[in-house]
Design a binder for this molecule. Structure first.
Ligand code: SAM
Length: 429
């Protein structure tokens, strides 16, 4: 679901006994504003609330509000008078018809602290203007770590001999999803696996049908390069979205790290998936060998050309027993720059902070990502007994899920209905 930035109640103007609605004034990230409080009896000045669409829907303690603000609030004022004019104009060019490739490269190349701070702040402002203060929380179930591919960077590649392989049964997958939705409040779940053809098209469709029978949830499939027919079946079974990165749009680089695979085939499949009406999540890896800022700019442009609704971009992290084990990790700073530029280039896109960024930078990576244009998080829902074996890279980050789940997965009737409506508009257009 979604977490919103807390606001402080300054005054309660009218609170009619017996009515569930009151007019209140709050101070939050958007300044002081008049809104309504619904189903919050006894609300008074000094209380803290979470708001959705100008409606206060949940009371929250001052301590928890402080903790959420520390997670989400961007840094304060930036002195733009010290900035180069050319840089400011370039940065603003996103509003007037979009950034050119040259401008994207210029932004990706900057190392200047003030320019970086301004880029991140601008992306955060664009996020706020287009998507308000919703930070969405989604879950991922990694249901099989078998894979027929041999990607040079991935710990699950078929050539990795030291991986303990597992497959969850359709019952286990449905149970895990049902628990996440019905007990914990998740509304969007990604089902991910290696490219594992043990699961036939029928099985994948059946898993989706089963899940949709036991809970109201948006299911996104991340099962790799299957036939278009498979994606037709999964959509008919109730899948809303598909997550598949093209990894890099640079043909020579793609060929050098994906033996037996073709970039054009993957891009064609992504276009086909989009045409089927899926909410498309796609993107690339940062920090691949020899990858230049120009190549990254082309990746960002490719994402937009594919019509991706969700940006999935993260730093490469080296993994033992892969051909790229000795290659340095992608930089967290470049991941943040790409997040910010993607936000300017695709203002309405959903941009999750990837686990790989959190793995490099821990909770700070999460905070930095969310204040540089990202607007969602993906929490791991894979059962404990399998989780450690889905090792695409080592030491994946988990943390602070509690506060996010406590306040981001609220299930009260009103907030639930409002957000569900918003999600239907977003995913089922
Ligand atoms: N088989 C599906 C597919 O190909 O889309 C999904 C599973 S695949 C393991 C999910 C993603 O993990 C890939 O798209 C890749 O970008 C990412 N990944 C794999 N190895 C990685 C590494 N060493 N560092 C960062 N990300 C990695």
């Amino acid at each position: 679901m979604c977490l919103t930035i807390p606001a402080k109640v300054l005054s309660v103007e009218n609170s009619v006994a017996g009515s569930s609605v009151a007019d209140i004034t709050v101070e939050g990230s958007g300044g002081v504003r008049k809104i309504q409080a619904v189903e919050l009896p006894g609300l008074k000045a000094g209380d803290w609330v979470l708001c959705a669409y100008d409606v206060a829907i949940r009371r929250i303690s001052q301590t928890d509000a402080g903790e959420i603000l520390a997670l989400l609030e961007p840094k304060g004022h930036i002195d733009v008078s010290r900035l180069d004019r050319e840089f400011l104009e370039l940065l603003k060019s996103h509003a007037a018809g979009g950034l050119s490739k040259e401008n994207i490269i210029r932004l990706l190349k900057t190392e200047d602290p003030l320019e970086l701070e301004t880029l991140f702040a601008e992306a955060n402002t664009v996020r706020q203007a287009h998507l308000k203060d919703f930070f969405c929380i989604h879950g991922i179930v990694e249901f099989s770590n078998h894979c027929v591919r041999d990607c040079f960077y991935c710990g699950l590649r078929k050539g990795s001999a030291d991986v303990r392989r597992y497959r969850m049964t359709p019952d286990e997958i449905a149970e895990t999803a049902g628990d996440a939705v019905n007990r914990r409040g998740y509304k969007l779940i990604v089902l991910q696996s290696g490219d594992d053809f043990y699961y036939t098209d029928d099985m994948l469709a059946d898993i989706i049908v089963r899940i949709k029978k036991i809970c109201r949830v948006f299911v996104f499939m991340s099962v790799g390069e299957r036939s278009l027919e498979c994606y037709v079946r999964m959509k008919a079974a109730g899948a809303s979205g598909a997550l598949m990165r093209f990894e890099t749009s640079n043909r020579a680089l793609y060929d050098s790290i994906h033996p037996g695979q073709l970039l054009d085939k993957r891009l064609e499949l992504l276009k086909g998936i989009k045409k089927l009406g899926y909410y498309l999540a796609s993107g690339f890896l940062i920090g691949l060998p020899g990858q230049t800022e120009e190549a990254i700019a082309e990746d960002i442009i490719t994402m937009k050309e594919l019509g991706a609704n969700m940006v999935s971009v993260g730093p490469f992290i080296p993994c033992q027993s892969t051909p790229l084990a000795g290659h340095p990790a992608g930089s967290a700073q470049m991941a943040l720059k790409v997040t910010a530029v993607s936000r300017l280039f695709m203002p309405k896109a959903k941009i999750p902070v990837t686990t790989a960024l959190e793995t490099i930078e821990s909770e700070e990576g999460r905070r930095l990502g969310l204040s540089s244009g990202a607007n969602s998080l993906m929490f791991n829902l894979t059962p404990e007994k399998y989780r450690g074996h889905y090792r695409i890279y080592p030491d994946k980050y988990h943390g602070k899920e509690e506060i996010w789940e406590n306040y981001g997965l609220f299930k009260e009737a009103l907030s639930y209905r409002m957000l569900e409506k918003k999600m239907f508009e977003e995913f089922e257009k």
